[in-house]
Design a protein around this ligand. Structure first.
Ligand SMILES: NC(=O)c1ccc[n+]([C@@H]2O[C@H](COP(=O)([O-])OP(=O)(O)OC[C@H]3O[C@@H](n4cnc5c(N)ncnc54)[C@H](O)[C@@H]3O)[C@@H](O)[C@H]2O)c1
Length: 258
């Protein structure tokens, strides 16, 4: 499939997990990709694996000057920037009464400010070119709440709202949308490295009854980045196995047995 032929994308957090799957999928669909991450060894290894269609740049998304460096790197390597995938994020497991301000600020700086600075730095390039797409990776935790992760939940709701504001301001030149993965089998979604079968035991109340694979999110991101999604902006796309579809009543059709 060559849905992304001729396009150049920056994928933040592209060294591992969903970002790496996105870089691989984009290259498979014809794009050239800048893998932008703080994880240099993994990022360089992936860029080497993908060959001439990929390049690594070190980027801490919370640092504006590093964004300028990533923009310049992309233009030097590939001459243009058509797609920005704001994927980099960190999580923080903590109770609402135990939060530490500096750790909350770190989550917000990376997950929210990172996506803001990315648009600030890259949108002008897209505007000059006359078109572009920004994909902000939020979460199912940007569609509903979850216990033990309030700073992360706040950050992902912020990314969802930010997407609406960016879409309003950057249209009609640039499309902006948010993708909301469910549980995905990456270091973040499966921190203990349990087997997929073991992880799936926690998905008995998810309609598709299993964890997502990074490639399954990447394929939707590639569609959203492509011209096949030319009338999609300001939208939120859940890729969550149905997790946010609703709640099962025990003993009623489709629900667990009483
Ligand atoms: N895994 C899940 O279950 C899940 C579910 C919903 C949403 N998400 C979201 O999907 C995205 C990717 O998650 P993942 O599961 O692949 O996570 P991951 O932890 O496997 O990978 C995150 C990547 O981001 C990079 N990163 C961290 N801080 C950075 C910074 N300051 N600047 C640049 N890069 C940085 C890391 O080095 C890493 O390569 C994130 O936005 C995450 O919130 C994940």
């Amino acid at each position: 499939m060559d849905r992304l032929t001729g396009k150049v994308a920056i994928v933040t957090g592209g060294a591992q997990g969903m970002g790496a799957a996105t870089a691989r999928e984009f290259v498979a669909q014809g794009a050239r990709v800048v893998i932008a991450d703080v994880a240099e060894a993994d990022g360089v290894a992936l860029a080497n694996e993908l060959g001439a269609a990929a390049s690594f740049v070190r980027l801490d998304v919370s640092d504006e000057s590093q964004w300028q460096g990533a923009r310049d790197h992309a233009l030097e390597q590939f001459d243009r920037i058509d797609v920005l995938v704001n994927n980099a994020a960190v999580s923080y497991f903590v109770g609402v009464e135990d939060i530490e301000a500096d750790k909350v600020l770190r989550v917000l700086s990376i997950n929210v400010m990172g996506a803001m600075l990315g648009v600030k730095t890259i949108a002008p390039v897209m505007r000059t070119q006359g078109a572009g797409v920004v994909i902000n990776i939020s979460s199912l935790d940007g569609l509903r709440g979850v216990n033990g992760m309030s700073p992360y939940v706040a950050s992902k709701w912020a990314v969802r709202g930010l997407t609406k504001a960016q879409a309003l301001e950057l249209g009609p030149v640039i499309r902006v949308l948010s993708i909301h993965p469910g549980g995905v089998n990456t270091a973040m979604g499966n921190p203990t490295g349990a087997s997929e079968d073991e992880v799936n035991l926690g998905y008995t109340r998810v309609p598709l009854r299993r964890v997502g694979r990074p490639e399954e999110i990447a394929k939707v991101t590639a569609f959203a980045a492509s011209d096949d999604a030319s009338y999609v902006t300001g939208a939120e796309i859940a890729v969550d196995g149905g997790w946010t579809a609703g709640h099962y009543h025990v003993g009623l059709p489709g629900g667990p047995e009483a």
